[in-house]
Design a protein around this ligand. Sequence first.
Ligand SMILES: Cc1ncc(C[n+]2csc(CCOP(=O)(O)OP(=O)(O)O)c2C)c(N)n1
Ligand code: SF4
Ligand SMILES: [Mg+2]
Length: 328
Amino acid sequence: MDSKKLTARDYASDQDLRWCPGCGDFAILKQTQMVLAEIQADPAQTVFVSGIGCSSRFPYYMNTYGMHSIHGRATAIASGLRLTRPDLNIWVITGDGDSMSIGGNHLIHLLRRDLNLNVLLFNNEIYGLTKGQYSPTSKQHIKTKSSPFGSVEKPFNTLSLAFGAGASFIARSIDREAKHLQEMLKRTNEHEGTSLLEIYQNCHIFNDGAFEQFTDRKAQKLNAIFLRQDEVISFGENNEKAFRFDGLSPRAVDKANYPAEELWIHDESDALKASILCNWVESNPELPKLFGVIYAKKQSNNARNMDSDVLDERYVNDLIKGRKTWSV
Ligand SMILES: Cc1ncc(C[n+]2csc(CCOP(=O)(O)OP(=O)(O)O)c2C)c(N)n1
Ligand code: SF4
Ligand SMILES: [Mg+2]
């Protein structure tokens, strides 16, 4: 890399952007390019691997290495790349259909293996590219081309799914919150291991307004909790509500009635509390949805060990020359 300071524009390719005007993907692309400029990522060492979907067109628009791969298999292809090229900074771009329908199997095993990859899950709660069928994250009863009478299935709780699969980093942001999205992209990149960043993304053609309750300033206060490390988890129109533990059960209380130390203070490294956030807060329809870093496990460098175990040539050579192989 030459010594010239790179700007966000340097990470943009010369390809025409083919997303519908107004699509949330534009904002995510822009914030990603800004973050890469901020950290001065070397384009020659950076790779974006995507599956199939509108969101998966992302690598075309990046002036880095990239691969628009196979539906649901970006996670598998990126895993192979990670194991052979530990020097690269690898990002996986996937949609809610790509990662949770056809690619569900590969996503959970990547999270379990915890290879050092950054996964950006563009969740618009719909299949955009194929023109508006419901997806595993679509709200129940949604009427789409493939569910004309309303969908029957309950959507995945994405946070709980990731936590259950053993994810070491789980975060959520949204296309319209530029600063927050930038901060989450940086955190995603910094984490050693598989980092899952779910990004709510508006598909204004097939599922417009699905996340309006989190972007409209007034509605956001009632419907979203923005988690901050070491701060009381608070919500409500005037941030007047918080949680207080009754044994292992959190109860919503008026913040003013308790000293801060008696309230739930967010600690992203606490696995038990992360499990309560993912499995209880997130799935309670009466509570706001979570944004920010929900869980970030303090790593013991397992991810690196696994890379080097698999890559250790001596091990492979011993295996091939050893007694447990034979020629036919
Ligand atoms: C093997 C295979 N099955 C189905 C398809 C059709 N297909 C292409 S993209 C897609 C879903 C995309 O939805 P999502 O991942 O949510 O991406 P979005 O377009 O919403 O960004 C489907 C079903 C395909 N291309 N290949
Ligand atoms: S169909 Fe939806 S997700 Fe796809 S480019 Fe258009 S607005 Fe974006
Ligand atoms: Mg989608």
